[in-house]
Design a protein around this ligand. Structure first.
Ligand SMILES: [Zn+2]
Ligand SMILES: [Zn+2]
Length: 264
């Protein structure tokens, strides 16, 4: 099974391999720069990264976009920066040979206008790096149909990331009706387009619309919920990235070990 975590590249891009090995993972997600800043540095040690990516059994590696980006925004300045930032993410992924760029769709007071703006924005981007749209806890992207609508209307190759915490908070009951939820993804987007799972427990209840991640098994999805998710025949083969908290209770290493013990 492919399981890893969102790790830091504060010691440079190639350090992701040592970081992920030290916690027992075999796939990874990174920010290409500080997620709370618009500042981009040109990636360093690109060749070293590419070499190691070829050699190491750590795949896939995914770039998650920054928290500031909102491609659905009506604020022209914010939208312009969001576009520039998104283009930079794709360029960075391309130069490093990274498989996917994962983005949150965005938010707008009028979701219909927001969806249109996301589609228009993404249609101005040319790349052959695969885009992943992540489902969200609230706003645009909290319904699988939003993601389906974007995918149907854009040119670049696009799939989805299923964040378990976001899905649960958005009201998809992956604890008591996992097959039903997977069926809904299949009917709308198609399971072939599900490329990544963000494996997070949820601090808040089903349908709470609140996005607060919790350690695996400790939150509202719980141990039995994750046992079903991990072992579901349609989900087993999909890489899983932890975005759980790092605190006194557990770090990523402990959560990865916890998940591995649930594998049947
Ligand atoms: Zn995310
Ligand atoms: Zn996520």
């Amino acid at each position: 099974m492919r399981i890893g975590a969102h790790v830091s590249i504060s010691k440079g891009f190639p350090s992701v391999f040592d970081e992920i090995k030290s916690i027992g993972g075999n796939c990874a997600q990174i920010f290409s720069h500080s997620p709370r800043s618009w500042r981009f540095k040109d990636p360093q040690n690109v060749e070293e990264f590419r070499e190691r990516y070829k050699k190491e059994d750590i795949k896939p590696i995914v770039i998650h976009n920054s928290y500031l980006v909102n491609l659905a925004s009506m604020d022209e300045e914010l939208h312009k920066k969001s576009m520039e930032n998104t283009i930079k993410e794709f360029e960075t992924a391309k130069s490093l040979g990274i498989d996917y760029v994962n983005i949150h769709p965005g938010s707008n007071r009028d979701p219909k206008i927001g969806l249109r703006r996301i589609i228009d924005s993404l249609n101005r981007i040319e790349t052959d790096v695969y885009l992943l749209l992540e489902n969200t806890a609230s706003k645009i992207g909290s319904k699988f149909e939003d993601l389906e609508y974007i995918i149907e209307n854009i040119e670049i190759e696009t799939g989805i990331t299923l964040d378990t915490c976001h899905a649960y908070a958005a009201g998809y009951d992956i604890v008591n009706d996992l097959d039903g939820v997977i069926g809904r993804i299949d009917e709308s987007i198609g399971l072939k387009k599900l490329k990544l799972i963000h494996l997070n427990d949820s601090k808040f209840d089903l349908g709470s619309k609140r996005d607060r991640h919790e350690h695996i098994g400790i939150g509202k999805i719980g141990v039995d919920g994750f046992r079903k998710i991990i072992n579901h025949p349609e989900l087993r083969k999909i890489p899983k990235i932890l975005e759980t908290p790092v605190d006194q209770r557990r770090g990523f290493k402990e959560n990865i070990e916890f998940v591995k013990r649930l594998i049947e």
